[in-house]
Design a protein around this ligand. Structure first.
Ligand SMILES: Cc1cc2nc3c(=O)[nH]c(=O)nc-3n(C[C@H](O)[C@H](O)[C@H](O)COP(=O)(O)OP(=O)(O)OC[C@H]3O[C@@H](n4cnc5c(N)ncnc54)[C@H](O)[C@@H]3O)c2cc1C
Length: 357
């Protein structure tokens, strides 16, 4: 029997696993995907890694992330914003604004991408502490342990941490069944950015900077709604990325022509060279069953306000919700993933039976 099973190998699950492993606890982390990182994902080229999931951090106001970046010895750099911003209105008219988004506080990126945090945390675990391609289906509660079942295997532990979005936690089968109110509460929590998709366009050079443009744009017609420069410092190539304004349903309906529509829009905004990237990568998170559910297909208009969800006894004695959407402290963001982890560490350490941390 393990001390702790962590289900989910995104930033939250990995941070918790790395912390638990450091104390010598018998911990195992299970993830349905064939890779670690969850919503953290990169597109790799010879020049480096481009973030297809989260890219921005704000360490000035995110103390846990600041500490993790420092511990991992990683370097940040500011999102490139210098130069004009292009704006495409609902009629398709394009205007140039002299100043860019002016994000405040400025968004910072990581050299090596956000995946560098995943690499750092996973390096603290042994191969037998990580089980990939392991889709958990069922949790059964006993007096002093929890049984975790996949299609072909079974694990037991004294504690289980669900390091995943609440809606995916609601999709598991529980024996005994969860109280209906808890199940409904889990389903009601939107997964941040689960309905989003990112397009990444890679070019030989940042010709938009040479033309006095920042690479930033906003559009009211899409397919992309918000575009930014994604170039890697010192690389001999350059890149733009954009979030889609088109909903998951619109993207699916136009799947065959989506890449052409993105290139055409980049061409309208930044000139003919932009319409012909060396490579175009589209990552649609809304079609990924390990991030999004059918409930996440409705576009979110604003950042939801997250808060911890109380798991009543007896489940609450042994099962803990640990993903980013389980905290009010930067819930939905990378910092939230670390904050949710910290609250688990706190809960477990006050339990005398299990003084792991
Ligand atoms: C496009 C995009 C842009 C974003 N931009 C930013 C940003 O700039 N800054 C920021 O701070 N945040 C951003 N975010 C949010 C950020 O990615 C998340 O807050 C963070 O990655 C959540 O980490 P997590 O570990 O809580 O969850 P996840 O990363 O979702 O990890 C959950 C894990 O659980 C696994 N899992 C689920 N169900 C099961 C099961 N039944 N069995 C086994 N494994 C299972 C999944 O495979 C997954 O690996 C963005 C997200 C997206 C998608």
């Amino acid at each position: 029997m393990h001390d702790l099973i962590i289900i989910g190998g995104g930033l939250a699950g990995l941070a918790l696993a790395a912390n638990a492993a450091r104390t010598g606890a018998d911990v195992v982390l299970l993830d349905a995907r064939d890779r670690l990182g969850g919503r953290v994902l990169a597109h790799q080229t010879a020049a480096g890694r481009y973030d297809l999931g989260p890219a921005w951090i704000w360490p000035g106001m995110q103390p846990r992330l600041r500490a993790l970046v420092a511990e991992a010895g990683l370097t940040t750099y500011p999102q490139h914003e210098a130069g004009g911003l292009m704006f495409e209105d609902a009629s398709g008219t394009i205007q140039l604004f002299a100043r860019g988004f002016g994000q405040e506080p400025p968004s910072l990126r990581l050299i090596g991408g956000i995946s560098a945090l995943i690499d750092f945390l996973s390096a603290g675990l042994t191969p037998d502490q990580i089980r990939l391609s392991t889709h958990v289906e069922r949790l059964s509660l006993a007096a002093d342990h929890v049984r975790v079942r996949t299609e072909s295997s079974e694990f037991t532990a004294r504690y289980v941490a669900l390091a995943m979005p609440p809606r995916l936690a609601a999709a598991l089968t529980y024996d005994p069944a969860l109280p209906p109110a808890l199940h409904a509460a889990l389903q009601s929590v939107p997964t941040w950015m689960a309905g989003q998709a990112k397009a990444l366009a890679i070019y030989r050079s940042s010709f938009w900077r040479d033309a006095g443009l920042s690479g930033s744009a906003m559009s009211q017609i899409g397919p992309l709604g918000e575009i930014h420069d994604a170039s890697l410092p010192g690389a001999d190539e350059a890149a733009l990325f954009g979030f889609f304004a088109w909903s998951p349903a619109q993207r699916t309906a136009r799947q065959e022509t989506l890449a052409d529509a993105v290139c055409a829009q980049l061409g309208r905004l930044f000139g003919p060279s932009a319409a012909q990237p060396e490579a175009l990568v589209i990552r649609d998170w809304a079609t990924d069953p390990w991030t999004a559910t059918s409930l996440d297909q409705a576009p979110l208009r604003e950042h939801p306000s997250y808060r911890p969800i109380d798991w009543p006894r007896p489940w609450g004695d042994r099962v803990l919700l640990a993903g980013s959407e389980a905290t009010a402290d930067f819930g939905g963001y990378l910092e939230g993933a670390l904050a949710a982890t910290a609250s688990i560490i706190e809960k477990i350490s006050i339990n005398r039976e299990f003084s792991l941390f």
